[in-house]
Design a protein around this ligand. Structure first.
Ligand code: WT7
Length: 629
C-alpha cells in the first residue's frame, strides 16, 4: 500500500493483482536502488550461459558501455532449447491467426525444429556469423522463425517493417549490406494484398550485395521469381539439408543480435544495434516484472514484429519467459470492429499490449463491439508508442479491462530496447503517465544547462545510468551514436523527448523535441518525407511537420515549393501524396500538402519547422532571431 496520498486522478492496485505478481515490486525498487549492477546480474543468472561473464558492466570506454563482458550465450538458445529440454517442449510458444481467420500454432518443440531447419538453410547459402539478413514480410510465423534462425547462427537480422516501401527498403538493404533477403510474396492488410515481393524486386535492382532471396508463400499471388536468386522457402525447408537439429553459434554477450532502422533527427534512418547478452537480460526481466508474465499466460502484443516492440515483446521477451505469444496478422477492424475482442475471447488472452492510436481507433466504434465478447480472461493491459490521452485510458480501463486490469503505460524507444518508464503491478496509476523509471534506472528531466528542473516544469528527458539492453552503437556510424545521444549533456543519454515530473515524481511525456514525427505511434523523420517529396520532378523544396490529429496522435503536414513550370492542382497534390507512399510507405503519406512560395529558414539555410508548426497552430513562433531576412 502506498505510504502517501497521491495527487490527481489515481487508480490504486487491486489486491488480487498484487498477490498474483511474481515479485514484490517495492523490493525490486529498493534492491536495484542500492545496487543496480547486482540487480541486473541477478536477472542474468536466471538465463543460460555457455560461459558466465567476467564482469557485469564495463564502463571504461563511455559511452560505449559493455555488459556481461566475457560471457557466452545465444538468445535463440534461451528462447527455445532451454524450454525444449524441459516439460515445456509441448507447450505452445506461438499462436497465430491470419486476417482471413485461419490459425496455426507452434509448440516450443515445433518452433525450435523449424528454426533449426531454417538455420541450416541459411548456413547452406553461406550465411555466417556477423552476416546481415534482411526480413521484409507481413505478420506471419515465418518472420519469427526467420529472426530466431538468424540469431541461432549468429547472423545479424534487420527486419524492415512491411509497411515500408521501395526506397525505404532499398536504403536499408544497401546500408546493412545484406547477403540474404527473406520476403513474403505478399501480406494481407484490411482484405487487400500488399505486394511485398513486387516492392522488393524494385528495391533489389540497386541492392548489389543481396545474393539470395527466400520467398515465403502467403498469398499465392503470381510473382516474379528470378532464376539463380529467388527460392521458395517451403521448397528449401523440405530439403534433406534442412535437418531438425542445428548447432548453435556460441555468441559473445556483446556480439550483435540485430540491427533495426529508426528515424532520427537528420539524414537517413540509422540502424540501432542490439546484442545477444545485455538485450536478452533487459527484455527478459522487464517483461517478467512489468506484465507479470507467468508461463501459463497467453500474452498478446499487437504491434508489428517489424518494430522494436515486436522484437522485444512479441518474439524474444515472451519466449525467454516461456510463455505463449499470440500474433495476429491483420487490421483490428477487419472485417468488423470486434475482430480483436473476438480473438481475446476465442484464445483466452490474459495480457493485451497495444498502442493508444489503436485504442482510440477502436473506441470510436462504441462499447457494443467489445461488449459482445467475453473479455474476462484479461488480467493486465499495456500501452506504448505515444502518450495515451486520459479519455482513451479510461475507456481501455473500463470497457476492455472491466476496471480490474491495471494498464502498464510503457515508455521506451528502439534505442532503449526495453521498457524504461513504466508501472509495475503494485504501482498506483495515473491516466496518461508512465509513472516511474523501472528499477535500476536513474532518469531525469533537465534544462538547457543539464540541471534538473523543478516539479511540473518541462525539460529534456535524459537517462543517467547505463542499462543492459541499451543500444551499443549505430551500424557503421559510431560517431553519430556519440553525437546524437551523448553530446548535448555529458554523461547523460538524450532521449529526444520532452517531459515533466509531477509532485509525486510521476513522469509525463510531452513529445519529441527533435525532427521526429510520431504518426499512429510510428516513428518517421521529417528528412525522409522531405527527401521523398523533392525526389519528385515537380518539387524544388519541401518541409514536413507533425500536427495534432485525433486518431493518429500526429498527422504529417507538408509545405512544398514547386519548380518553375509546375503549378498547383489537386491532381498534382494527390500525385505527391502517392509518391511519398511509394517511396517511404503508406504510413508516411501526408495528410495535407500546401504549395508555398517560400519556407522559413535560418541564415545558414536550415528550415525552421518550429515556425511552420507555430503558424499552422496559430501560436507564437517563439524566438525567431535566427530567421533569415
Ligand atoms: C518514441 C520512441 C518503444 C516502442 C515503440 C516506439 C514515444 C513511446 C511512449 C509512451 C509516451 C511514448 C516517445 C519515444 N513513446 N512510448 N508510453 N508514452 N510516448 O519506439 O519508434 O523508437 O519511438 O516513442 O516519443 O521517444 P520508437
Amino acid at each position: 500500500m502506498p505510504e502517501k496520498q497521491l495527487s490527481g486522478e489515481v487508480y490504486y492496485p487491486k489486491q488480487q493483482i498484487i498477490d498474483h505478481a511474481n515479485a514484490k515490486c517495492q523490493d525490486l525498487y529498493e534492491f536495484a536502488k542500492k545496487d543496480y549492477v547486482g540487480f541486473w546480474e541477478k536477472e542474468a543468472n536466471d538465463l543460460k550461459w555457455f560461459k558466465k561473464w567476467d564482469r557485469v558492466l564495463d564502463d571504461s570506454k563511455k559511452p560505449f558501455y559493455k555488459w556481461f563482458v566475457g560471457g557466452k550465450t545465444n538468445i535463440a538458445y534461451n528462447c527455445l532449447d532451454v524450454h525444449t529440454e524441459t516439460y515445456r517442449r509441448n507447450k505452445l510458444a506461438l499462436i497465430w491467426e491470419g486476417e482471413k481467420g485461419e490459425s496455426q500454432s507452434y509448440s516450443y518443440f515445433a518452433l525450435r525444429r523449424d528454426t533449426c531447419r531454417f538455420s541450416n538453410i541459411l548456413r547452406s547459402l553461406g550465411v555466417k556469423k556477423g552476416d546481415r539478413v534482411t526480413l521484409y514480410m507481413g505478420r506471419i510465423p515465418e518472420l519469427m522463425i526467420g529472426m530466431l534462425a538468424c540469431a541461432r547462427i549468429g547472423a545479424i537480422h534487420s527486419v524492415v517493417y512491411g509497411g515500408f516501401s521501395v526506397e525505404a527498403l532499398h536504403e536499408r538493404l544497401e546500408d546493412s549490406q545484406s547477403k540474404v533477403l527473406i520476403v513474403s510474396d505478399g501480406a494481407y492488410q484490411r482484405g487487400k494484398i500488399v505486394p511485398l515481393k513486387q516492392i522488393a524486386d524494385e528495391a533489389l535492382i540497386r541492392a548489389a550485395t543481396v545474393e539470395s532471396v527466400l520467398v515465403v508463400k502467403r498469398t499465392g499471388e503470381s510473382i516474379n521469381m528470378e532464376a539463380g536468386r529467388d527460392m521458395w522457402y517451403h521448397e528449401l525447408m523440405a530439403l534433406p539439408i534442412a535437418g531438425n537439429s542445428c548447432t548453435i553459434e556460441e555468441m559473445d554477450a556483446e556480439d550483435p543480435l540485430f540491427m533495426l532502422y529508426t528515424s532520427g533527427t537528420t539524414g537517413k534512418p540509422k540502424a540501432i544495434l542490439h546484442t545477444h547478452g545485455g538485450y536478452m537480460v533487459g527484455i527478459y526481466a522487464t517483461l517478467k516484472y512489468v506484465f507479470d508474465i507467468h508461463e501459463d499466460d497467453r500474452y498478446w502484443c499487437a504491434a508489428d514484429p517489424g518494430w522494436i516492440t515486436g522484437h522485444s515483446y512479441i518474439v524474444y521477451g515472451p519466449l525467454l519467459n516461456g510463455t505463449t505469444s499470440f500474433m495476429y496478422e491483420g487490421a483490428p477492424t477487419h472485417p468488423y470492429p470486434n475482430r480483436w475482442w473476438q480473438m481475446i475471447d476465442k484464445y483466452g488472452i490474459n495480457i493485451l499490449y497495444t498502442a493508444p492510436t489503436a485504442i482510440r481507433g477502436l473506441m470510436r466504434f462504441g462499447d457494443a463491439w467489445p461488449n459482445r465478447h467475453d473479455l474476462s480472461s484479461l488480467r493486465l493491459l499495456g500501452s506504448v508508442g505515444e502518450p495515451i490521452n486520459p479519455e482513451a485510458w479510461r475507456w481501455y480501463y473500463k470497457t476492455i479491462g472491466k476496471e480490474k486490469c491495471p494498464i502498464m503505460d510503457t515508455w521506451w524507444q528502439t534505442e532503449t530496447g526495453m521498457f524504461m518508464i513504466t508501472p509495475m503491478p503494485c504501482v498506483p496509476l495515473k491516466p496518461g503517465s508512465g509513472t516511474k523509471p523501472f528499477p535500476g534506472l536513474e532518469m531525469d528531466i533537465v534544462d538547457e544547462e543539464g540541471k534538473s528542473v523543478k516539479p511540473n516544469e518541462e525539460g529534456y528527458l535524459v537517462i543517467k545510468t547505463p542499462w543492459p539492453s541499451m543500444l551499443r552503437s549505430i551500424w557503421n556510424d559510431p560517431d553519430r551514436y556519440v553525437n546524437q545521444y551523448w553530446s548535448k549533456f555529458p554523461g547523460m543519454y538524450l532521449t529526444g523527448d520532452s517531459a515533466r515530473r509531477d509532485e509525486d515524481g510521476y513522469y509525463w511525456i510531452i513529445g519529441r523535441v527533435d525532427d521526429v514525427i510520431k504518426v499512429s505511434g510510428y516513428r518517421l523523420g521529417t528528412a525522409e518525407i522531405e527527401s521523398a517529396l523533392v525526389s519528385h520532378s515537380s518539387v524544388a523544396e519541401a518541409a514536413a511537420i507533425g500536427l495534432p490529429h485525433e486518431l493518429k496522435g500526429n498527422a504529417i503536414h507538408c509545405f512544398v515549393i514547386l519548380k518553375a513550370g509546375f503549378s498547383k492542382s489537386d491532381k498534382l497534390i494527390e500525385e505527391l501524396r502517392q509518391h511519398v507512399g511509394h517511396e517511404v510507405g503508406p504510413i508516411a503519406k501526408p495528410e495535407q500538402i500546401d504549395v508555398v512560395d517560400s519556407l522559413p529558414k535560418t541564415r545558414s539555410g536550415k528550415i525552421m519547422r518550429r515556425v511552420l508548426k507555430a503558424r499552422a497552430l496559430g501560436l507564437d513562433p517563439g524566438n525567431i532571431s535566427t530567421l533569415e531576412e
